[in-house]
Design a protein around this ligand. Structure first.
Ligand code: PSU
Ligand code: MN
Length: 307
């Protein structure tokens, strides 16, 4: 366990106590709160995710940057502050710059993975991980989440990759990097708003125990990479297939027309989807985030029993 109490990172004592006492901890990212969901749904969903983790018997650790400090374990007041700050979206390429200028910002899965690993946290919950973007051939846009998954041994519970990505190429990249993709009660990789992307996962596990054992074995081998735990959106909250196809196609066309690039792509597309689906995309997003938080808590607990 690495204690990162010194500048520029701060580990909340509540989280440190939990880790030192061998209690299950789940890391939560903050970009989804500030950039992935509209206000105030982002902030309320972040609180609901923490609640789900607690109900599942684990300790939530929401991570973000405030006042030039990487905070591993934000308090509710700090989460309010971050949600109100309209801060930067921070991955591993702009993390140091944000801290150096005493800024505030939300961590993506990449930066959250890094912070979680430094603190000794093995499980992270999010909505969808980043990956290879459509149009990669022209833009070269690949999320820093993939590089981070290749470097930090943390299990990321997600409902697949972000809906706006090139899913087959994202899975190819994960395989290249040696990041296992485990399906929790599914043999197909989910497509965020939908349960089935049409692409297979590496291995399927149907119980929390079997899943935890497989994650444990991966970590015990020590290859050093993270693991994707693909947990499909609950069936009742899945988006209608036609609505999904049409809304997504329109959003992608509009992004292309407006030449949206880089870190701005995902927030732009998510906002277009919200408008086009009459808010259904936000409801589905919220439902899958809560379910991932629940599943991550179960995994964090079960992982401690396996070892
Ligand atoms: N999934 C969502 N909404 C989001 C994200 C994922 O539904 O806002 C965020 C996550 O924080 C993820 C990040 O790590 O987008 C990846 O962004 P990029 O593709 O720019 O690396
Ligand atoms: Mn990108």
């Amino acid at each position: 366990l690495v204690r990162i109490v010194n500048e520029p990172a701060l580990l909340a004592s509540k989280v440190e106590d939990a880790l030192l006492n061998g209690r299950p901890v789940v890391a939560l990212e903050t970009t989804v709160m500030t950039h992935g969901l509209p206000s105030p749904v982002g902030r309320t969903t972040a609180a609901e995710m923490e609640h789900q983790v607690r109900s599942g018997g684990a300790i939530p650790c929401t991570i973000g940057i405030l006042g030039g400090r990487l905070r591993v374990g934000l308090t509710p007041a700090e989460m309010d502050e971050l949600a109100g700050a309209g801060g930067e979206k921070v991955n591993l390429s702009n993390l140091a710059a944000c801290i150096a200028r005493a800024g505030s910002g939300s961590t993506t899965v990449a930066a959250t993975l890094f912070a979680a690993h430094r603190a000794g946290i093995q499980v992270l919950a999010t909505g969808g991980v980043g990956g290879v973007h459509r149009g990669f051939a022209e833009t070269g846009d690949v999320s820093g989440d993939l590089g981070a998954l290749a470097r930090f041994p943390v299990a990321v519970v997600c409902a697949g990759a972000k809906a706006v990505l090139d899913i087959p190429r994202t899975l190819e990249a994960l395989e290249t990097l040696g990041v296992p993709v485990y399906g929790f009660r599914t043999e197909v990789f989910p497509a965020f708003y939908r349960r089935d992307s049409g692409c297979p996962v590496e291995a399927r596990f149907d119980s929390e125990e079997a899943l935890a054992r497989a994650v444990h074995v991966h970590f015990a081998l020590g290859s050093g990479t993270g693991v994707i735990v693909a947990n499909p959106v609950p069936a009742a909250a899945e988006m209608d297939g036609d609505l999904y196809e049409h809304a997504l196609a329109e959003a992608l066309e509009e992004a292309d027309r407006q030449q949206i690039r880089g870190r701005a792509v995902t927030p732009f597309l998510l906002e277009r989807l919200r408008l086009r689906t009459g808010g259904q995309s936000v409801e589905t997003n919220r439902a899958l985030l809560l379910d991932n938080a629940r599943t991550a808590a179960a995994l964090a607990r079960t992982l401690l029993e396996v070892r």
